[in-house]
Design a protein around this ligand. Structure first.
Ligand code: ADP
Ligand code: MG
Length: 192
């Protein structure tokens, strides 16, 4: 099997688990709290998040809290297969866009003035490597992104190892309701 076939198998398996997963509000609250605790530790004035789609971790409570704290909050808009970060001032005037996901309208924000990008995924491994939906959108976006990359996950979305290819860009931190995984550290321990 090729790497991309293995990735497809894992994608299918985890998406199936996610479809039938009973979301626990308490877990979402814990993930939010853990994410907010990062704000004291890292530069975090300008944050790109994602708008939750299907059974992805619900980021809306985080977005609302960040807006309340007067942070610069950005959401992605997909145009010609590219992710564009767009500033939002509230969450109510988004429009359905690419793949049925809600997105903002407005000016494109410069990528490298973003402090934190919250990167969605189907699954992550403990080294930070991630499986997206198979289009490589975030790999392209993150290729020249220099700052902190954070993943949010249910426990079943964190695997030991996901095969990765040269173009795959890992995240630095993964948050589950139970732990904050310093994936960058685990990667350097493993020397890869
Ligand atoms: P995902 O990250 O969404 O799970 P993959 O990593 O399998 O998906 O990538 C999907 C496709 O996108 C692959 O064919 C890959 O070659 C392409 N791709 C990803 N990143 C880049 C890049 N930086 N430049 C060109 N093609 C890319
Ligand atoms: Mg990839």
């Amino acid at each position: 099997m090729t790497y991309s076939q293995i990735k497809n198998e894992i994608r299918k398996r985890i998406l199936k688990l996610r479809e039938s997963y009973q979301v626990n509000k308490e877990d979402i609250y814990k993930i939010k709290e853990k994410f907010l605790s990062l704000l004291d530790k890292y530069k975090s004035e300008r944050i790109l998040l994602y708008y939750p789609h299907k059974n992805e971790i619900n980021t809306i409570p985080i977005i609302e809290e960040l807006l309340k704290r007067k942070k610069t909050v950005l959401l992605p808009k997909v145009e010609k297969g590219k992710i564009l970060p767009i500033l939002i001032s509230d969450i109510s005037n988004l429009k359905v866009g690419f793949a049925g996901i809600k997105e903002p309208e407005g000016e494109v924000f410069p990528k490298n003035s973003i402090d934190i990008t919250v990167v969605p995924a189907v699954a992550y491994d403990r080294r930070g490597y991630r499986l997206g939906y198979g289009k490589g959108f975030y790999d392209r976006f993150l290729q020249d992104f220099k700052n902190l990359k954070v993943g949010l996950a249910y426990k079943f979305q964190v695997l030991d190892k996901i095969p990765f290819e040269k173009h795959d860009i890992p995240v630095d931190i993964i948050i589950t309701h139970e732990e904050v995984i310093e994936a960058g550290r685990e990667r350097s321990f493993l020397n890869k």
